[in-house]
Design a protein around this ligand. Structure first.
Ligand SMILES: [Zn+2]
Ligand SMILES: [Zn+2]
Length: 291
């Protein structure tokens, strides 16, 4: 009998300084952990190794993104964590999610503690001394959000850039305000959206890493049909490529009309070299989709 190792279920890729781990298949499941951010992005499948993650970010209420939240919270209960996980989610789905959790609690007859954090586009939260998150609008037929993780760093104001170090030190000691706060955009997560997200949230194209859906890849799904479902088609991404200033772009949420091998082959064939060198394909190199 052949077994299947955990590493065969979970894909693990590097994107700049970040690790993106998990599974993603359009309409089936998306659940990605970025350990450096202590973040779990969507819960379309209850992965045991992710149950200890304290911050969960839900993009929208479709089953392939939230359907396994209740299972994951159950697994978390086995860990005897004192703290309830924070679940950041679009404000309009906070009520239904709370009701679903409550129904699950009644089914199981034990509590599934969570700390729901309803968000609207533009809301931000400080997650750690060096990490913030801001929600941005995505474009899908149900309430949806993307999340941009960033740091705030003090930078010398441009007017002082040419001063020698000694002079900067002297002025600083004299109490002069030499610095301004800048945002360092680290990682953006945008799934289940029209490509228009690049117009309405242009900052995500400047984040160091962009995790972006690209559900459809060729003529097997027309551009019109892809847009009707509010998803990104590779034709649109190729057109938008010059705007992507990211160091790495992780493409995910591919449709199951493609095998993993086809996803790699189509992207290898269609991506221009300048985009190919920054794209990380979130699909197994061979074999079937997990599960
Ligand atoms: Zn989806
Ligand atoms: Zn969706």
């Amino acid at each position: 009998m052949r077994g299947r190792s955990r590493s065969e279920l979970l894909l693990d890729v590097s994107a700049g300084p970040y690790t993106v781990r998990g599974v993603s298949l359009g309409g089936v499941y998306t659940s990605l952990q970025v350990p450096q951010l202590g973040a779990l992005l969507d819960v379309g499948i209850p992965i045991r190794a992710f149950a200890g993650t304290d911050r969960i970010f839900l993009s929208h209420g479709h089953g392939d993104h939230v359907g396994a939240l209740f299972g994951l919270l159950g697994i978390r209960g086995l860990l005897h964590r004192k703290e309830a996980p924070k679940v950041f989610l679009p404000a309009p789905i906070a009520g239904p999610i709370a009701e679903a959790i409550s129904a699950m609690e009644r089914l199981q007859r034990h509590a599934l503690p969570v700390d729901l954090v309803p968000m609207v586009a533009g809301d931000e939260h400080r997650l750690r001394p060096d990490l913030w998150v801001r929600a941005f609008r995505t474009h899908h037929p149900v309430p949806s959000l993307g999340y941009l993780f960033f740091d705030r760093v003090a930078k010398l104001k441009a007017a002082y850039a040419d001063l020698p170090g000694r002079e900067i030190g002297r002025r600083k000691a004299a109490g002069e305000d030499l610095f301004e706060t800048r945002e360092r955009l680290e990682l953006a997560y945008a799934t289940d959206t029209l490509i228009r997200v690049l117009d309405t949230a242009p900052a995500i194209a400047r984040a160091r890493v962009l995790i972006l859906e690209c559900t459809f890849l060729d003529g097997r799904k027309s551009l019109e049909a892809s847009r009707a479902g509010c998803h990104i088609h590779l034709d649109e991404l190729l057109e938008a490529a010059p705007r992507l200033e990211n160091e790495r772009v992780v493409l995910m949420h591919f449709s199951q009309i493609y095998t993993p091998r086809e996803v790699h082959a189509i992207l290898a064939d269609r991506l221009p070299p300048e985009l190919a060198e920054k794209v990380v394909v979130f699909a197994p190199r061979s074999g079937p989709w997990p599960g």
